[in-house]
Ligand binder design. Structure first.
Ligand code: ADP
Ligand code: MG
Length: 212
């Protein structure tokens, strides 16, 4: 597949300028296949190996849907571990530089909950976190998901392996049914289909073959 530049997509100029500034010119294969569908607000199952640029694929999509004037969570990204949540949040912050005042916070387990409650009180547009801690915030009433437009299950295969199915279910129930749900994964085990059937509407499926 020939690689295409981001300028082939109907992206705002500020987004394109920032992609150039952070050194992204050509789309990776998963970005090339998923972004046109993502921008049409389709639900997606997207599978491509680690390191293929999945974060920017869902990140560009969710960032463009934010209303910066509304300081309430509008996108939620669930990740299997604290380290991955931190990486995803950092990548989203780089991608979000096209627009001023986008607040992205992490809510992961293994760190104290007090400062997280503080940052939620200050308001955030995007929440990235691990399923257990996100559920804890929902149970405490410190996180509200009624304005979520995009729900991302990142590394969905690993979250299934780690037994997060019940947490994901409880979290998804708190988000509006009209949300866009994006399921990203490095592998495509059987459980992914069942997970998709539970949370997605008419998803498009994209798999990028790995040639050895
Ligand atoms: P994955 O989630 O598929 O494992 P990441 O989203 O972590 O992959 O991306 C892997 C690396 O590729 C990151 O360092 C990221 O900054 C970089 N990257 C992503 N998209 C592009 C692009 N279009 N051009 C150049 N580098 C990119
Ligand atoms: Mg990733």
């Amino acid at each position: 597949m020939t690689s295409l530049p981001f300028t082939d997509l109907p992206l705002p100029q500020a987004m394109l300028d920032n992609l150039t500034a952070i050194g992204y010119q050509e789309m990776t294969p998963i970005q090339q296949q998923s972004l046109p569908l993502l921008l049409e607000k389709r639900d997606l199952i997207a599978q491509a190996k680690t390191g293929s640029g999945k974060t920017a694929a869902f990140g560009i999509g969710l960032l463009l849907k934010l209303d910066p004037t509304s300081f309430t969570p509008q996108a939620l990204v669930l990740c299997p571990t604290r380290e991955l949540a931190t990486q995803v949040a950092n990548e989203l912050r780089r991608l979000a530089r096209f627009q001023a005042n986008i607040k992205i916070i992490t809510l992961s387990g293994g760190v104290s909950i007090g400062p997280q409650i503080g940052s939620l009180e200050h308001g955030a547009h995007v929440v990235v976190g691990t399923p257990g801690r996100i559920r804890d915030h929902l149970n405490k009433g410190t996180l509200k998901l009624g304005r979520i437009k995009t729900l991302v299950l990142d590394e969905a295969d690993r979250m299934l392996d780690m037994g997060f199915r019940d947490e994901i279910k409880q979290i998804a129930k708190e988000t509006p049914p009209s949300r866009q749900t994006l399921l990203f994964s490095a592998t495509y085990p059987e459980g992914i289909q069942a997970l998709s059937a539970e949370f997605q509407r008419d998803p498009a499926t994209i798999t990028i073959e790995t040639r050895e």
